[in-house]
Ligand binder design. Structure first.
Ligand code: SF4
Ligand code: SF4
Length: 404
């Protein structure tokens, strides 16, 4: 039994031998492609589209042009593939992305260009945190390669079928389809929560002209859910039934831990994410001057924020990727070519060098103000050893405890 008392049950009727062959074949290819969970859904109008439209119109998504520019296109995935009938929704664990990125991450963050060169100890100590997931390689690339493999499998099995792969690249309400397919439920922090992966995973989709029944070999949704449940148990994993997901969503609305933890009150009382207040938006997407209240809430975050994931009980057993600390003086010294060379294959690239430096400036100014308030008469200790923050375990741990 899980801590939440949900997600384990006796064997269903779908035994190993009676599982529909197409569903088992899909499961096998998913495992070969190193995907961590998957499901399927019949395409139609997205159930959450009216809510999405209401939130766009109320301004909650302002600044996220990729969401607000063509809201109507997100009504149905058929705007991305006109003859689409079904969709495969897949999950790639953050832990897997972290493992596949380990050597690239080490090379980037140990680069000499990212070490402090300040002779001023206070200045050299000033660091900004890159959120854990963003220290890895860009998941879009890792996901896209897998989705292409999946699309090749489908077209080999169903000659003449059309497919379209999507990783944030098509106007699809992907969280809606993750829920519809049974991958999880949407938490108050607006992320999809999965029984095994918590919210620490990335979504991808393959749309196809093949019908749900042909794709899965199942005549009904219930038959498919039972087969998926049996396969998950073979792998030692759990899936939540539709009823369990609804119950967990109700408990989530009572929990509100993430809402209380959010430093900018970006999670509204009715459980919407106000992008205009979220630190992810301010450190990644936005290019304007950072308002004082947001700058105060940054609290050392240079790129990204995942506090509402860190505090969520569904992530308690999922290891988070550690953030990386970058000396602010090194960030402010970066030129465009060096930034591109170092970060091109990581999510940090999205902020651009000027965006990253803008946040670094805001953090440095704040850190200098705080230092001046604490020690108004202290002179700069020139010629003191310069701590290398990426190797300074104690400093890094203190900062992690403070910020995350
Ligand atoms: S990412 Fe950070 S700022 Fe945004 S909602 Fe979560 S806790 Fe709040
Ligand atoms: S922290 Fe609590 S309220 Fe927030 S998503 Fe997790 S379970 Fe839901």
């Amino acid at each position: 039994m899980t801590e939440l008392g949900i997600g384990t049950r006796a064997d269903t009727d779908a035994t190993r031998d009676s599982l529909p062959e197409p569903t088992r074949a899909l499961h096998t290819v998913m495992r070969e492609l190193k995907l961590d969970d998957w499901s399927a859904a019949t395409i139609g109008e997205a159930a959450s589209f009216p809510l999405f439209l209401e939130r766009v119109r109320s301004g909650l998504c302002d600044g996220l042009s990729y969401l607000t520019s063509e809201p109507e296109a997100r009504r149905s995935p058929s705007s991305a593939l006109p003859n689409a009938r079904a969709m495969l929704v897949v999950a790639l664990a953050e832990a897997r992305v972290r493992a596949e990125s380990a050597s690239a991450t080490a090379m980037i963050y140990n680069a000499p260009e990212l070490q402090s060169q300040s002779c001023d100890a206070a200045r050299g100590n000033a660091v900004g945190a890159v959120s854990g997931y963003a220290t890895c390689l860009d998941y879009h690339d890792l996901m896209r390669a897998r989705l292409k493999g999946l699309a090749r499998f489908l077209t080999a099995r169903f000659p003449g079928a059309s497919t379209r792969c999507a990783v944030d690249t098509a106007p699809i309400l992907e969280k809606n389809w993750a829920v519809e397919s049974g991958l999880g439920f949407i938490g108050l922090n607006s992320l999809v929560i999965n029984p095994t992966l918590g919210s620490r995973f990335f979504l991808g989709e393959v749309l196809t002209s093949i019908s749900f029944e042909e794709l899965t070999g199942c005549a009904t949704r219930e038959e498919f859910d039972a087969a998926r449940d049996a396969l998950a148990r073979e792998d030692g994993r759990t899936i939540w039934t539709r009823e369990e997901r609804m119950k967990l969503r109700e408990r989530c609305l009572l929990c509100r831990t993430c809402q209380r933890a959010c430093p900018t009150n970006a999670i509204t009382p009715d459980g919407a994410l106000d992008a205009r207040r979220c630190l992810n938006y301010w450190t990644i997407e936005n290019r304007d001057e950072i308002p004082d209240d947001i700058a105060r809430a940054l609290d050392g975050r240079l790129f990204g924020c995942d506090l509402c994931q860190r505090v969520c009980p569904h992530n308690a057993r999922v290891e988070a990727t550690a953030p990386r600390m970058l000396p602010l003086d090194a960030v402010e010294r970066l030129d465009d070519a060096t930034f591109r060379r170092l970060f091109k294959k990581t999510p940090v690239f999205r902020a651009r060098v000027d965006g990253l430096q803008r946040v670094a400036r805001a953090l440095r100014e704040r850190s200098e103000d705080e230092e001046a308030e604490k020690q108004p008469n202290q002179t700069n200790p020139h010629n003191q050893p310069i701590p290398n923050i990426t190797d300074n375990f104690s400093t890094r741990n203190i900062l992690q405890n403070k910020f995350f």
